[in-house]
Design a protein around this ligand. Structure first.
Ligand code: MTE
Ligand code: MO
Length: 537
């Protein structure tokens, strides 16, 4: 008797476990179906309307600045992969819970899925790049599919228990219809994989269209080519940054979960707003047919920590912004123009505010169509982006640009300014030790310390290096290409064994030496001297 009881107990526990496991699996499968159908619908509507992309984008926007700063610092360009993994983990957990709920209250499980779909739809409609009600469809279609799958699967697990009076002698306590569950589950899984694959296929064929349009772009020889880079301005020092950063190695900082792939043929740029007498709508061909300039310019991100990687130099080809604004009838504020802020908008809804005075003061501010001799890579803004020497990227370097509006700083705050960053942000003078690396163990003897320093628009005049608390010593500077590019520097050091701290600082041509006072990146760029600790053996 006792053993029979125990056996019954064990059976029931096992049955509960199995049912629970199946219910959880059902929840996960419902979530998978819902995502797959949503992806297919998003492929038809607009890839960015996918709930994963919309929710991910919303989370990025909602993330407090310090956390965002930390994520960029910690995960770098992988920050988005980490975010997506997080979204899937939360979704998986939620789906499991809904699956378990569904076996008890069949309807609540399905309603739960629908509720999530409604939230997804609301988020998709609220995205800054959303332009149509259709953006709600992928989330809703996915939710219906997920709810249907969950409802059907829960039914298989409940058959009998949910039907009054159906409990008979061969009712199995471990969930009724395991065979039916497996059949339904397999069918749902197969259909979802099919829908997902179809969605992917559609998106990639669209992306293929954008890639074809990029491959067809021919960059004309610029009327105003970049000065030849003197060999003395582009040294090759092992372990130190090359003068020109290859596009593949160029840092990438943006909020785009999916890199926009714009079909160049369909791309248009509007120039409009305060003081514009002739509003313009430009095609890529209009830009390519214009007076092209080519310039080497060092780009810098305001989120770059002292010694950080978010800085690089590329050769940009484009049309002078002052030419285009002039054609539109814009006057800079110094000549009485009514607009002091140029607001750029990208296809992904990002906004930037640049001083009109800066882009019209004679510097090489441009709408770039080329990077290092090729059409812009998709990651770096194809087909057109803004580049303004001397200003941090978040106030100037709009990628995937589609709109330029002349307005005032009083009238409008762009994306990052709404998030505690400064309205105006010229790049601060900085220097970085590239080699030796932190905690390197070079052998005693001559060690070459080398790196880069930048002070766009002003130019780097001097770089000094200090070992421990010793005197500042002048480093050898590569020659200056232009004031808008960084300068490489190096200093041979007679390293003695032991632990040493190497510190660098630069002085720009205005005579100002970068401050050793440490400041965070928020609100307008980090300050402080870069130090590297090495163990000489
Ligand atoms: N559309 C869009 N453009 C953008 C951003 C963005 O988030 N979205 N980030 C800006 C920032 S903060 C910087 S520093 C530069 C970086 O350009 P890169 O990724 O080509 O190096 O792009 C700018 N352009
Ligand atoms: Mo940036």
């Amino acid at each position: 008797m006792r053993s029979a009881l125990r056996r019954t107990g064990v059976t029931i526990d096992r049955a509960h476990l199995i049912r629970g496991a199946l219910a959880g699996t059902g929840g996960l499968l419902a979530a998978f179906s819902s995502l797959a159908v949503a992806e297919l619908a998003a492929a038809l509507v607009r890839p960015e309307s996918s709930p994963v992309v919309a929710v991910g984008g919303a989370l990025i926007d909602l993330t407090p600045t310090p956390v965002k700063d930390w994520a960029i610092r910690t995960f770098g360009t992988n920050d988005k992969v980490v975010l997506q993994a997080g979204i899937f983990a939360v979704l998986g957990l939620l789906a499991t819970v809904l699956g378990l709920l569904a076996v008890r209250h069949r309807r609540s499980g399905a309603l739960g899925v629908l509720a999530w779909g409604v939230i997804g739809a609301a988020v998709a409609l609220g995205r800054p790049d959303s332009r149509s009600w259709a953006d709600a469809l992928p989330s809703l279609a996915g939710a219906f599919a997920g709810a249907a799958v969950l409802h059907a699967l829960a039914g298989r697990l409940n058959a009998g228990t949910s039907a009054p009076g159906a409990r008979g002698p061969d009712d199995r306590p471990d969930g009724r219809d395991r065979r039916g569950f497996l059949l339904t589950a397999s069918a749902a899984a197969a259909a979802s994989v099919g829908a997902g694959a179809l969605g992917r296929g559609l998106v990639s064929s669209r992306r293929g269209g954008a890639a074809t349009s990029r491959a067809a772009v021919v960059l004309p020889t610029p009327g105003s080519p970049a000065p030849v880079i003197d060999a003395r301005a582009a040294l090759r020092i092992p372990g130190a940054s090359p003068f020109t950063t290859p596009s593949e190695d160029f840092y990438r900082v943006d909020t785009a979960l999916v890199v926009p792939r714009i079909d160049a043929g369909a791309w248009r740029l509007k120039i409009r707003g305060k003081g514009v007498t002739t509003p313009l709508t430009l095609t890529l061909q209009d830009l390519l047919d214009g007076d092209l300039i080519e310039r080497d310019i060092t780009l810098t991100c305001v989120s770059n920590e002292v010694g950080g990687p978010y800085v690089g130099t590329a050769r940009w080809t484009g049309v002078r912004l002052s030419d285009l604004l002039g054609r539109a009838g814009v006057e800079p504020p110094s000549l009485g123009g009514p607009a002091d802020q140029l607001v750029a908008r990208s296809v992904d809804g990002m906004t930037f505010g640049t001083p009109v005075e800066d882009v019209m003061d004679g510097r090489d501010a441009m709408l770039a169509v080329g990077m290092n001799g090729e059409p812009l890579p998709f990651e770096h803004g194809f087909p057109v982006r803004m580049v303004v020497p001397g200003l941090y990227g978040y106030v100037s370097a709009c990628k995937w640009i589609e709109d330029l509006e002349l307005t005032t700083f009083d009238a409008y705050d762009p994306y990052w300014v709404k998030r505690n960053w400064a309205r105006r942000a010229p790049i601060k003078t900085q220097s970085r030790i590239d080699t030796p690396r932190p905690f390197a163990r070079p052998a005693a003897g001559t060690v070459l310390i080398a790196g880069v320093a930048w002070a766009q628009q002003r130019g780097v005049d001097r770089v000094e290096v200090r070992v421990d608390d010793g005197p500042w010593r002048l480093a050898d500077l590569a020659s200056e290409h232009t004031t808008d590019t960084w300068r490489q520097w190096s200093l041979p050091w007679k390293a003695t064994s032991g632990t040493h701290t190497l510190t660098v600082r630069a002085t720009d041509r205005t005579g100002e030496t970068q401050t050793g006072e440490r400041a965070r990146t928020v609100p307008d760029g980090a300050t402080g001297w870069h130090s590297v600790v090495v163990m000489v053996t």
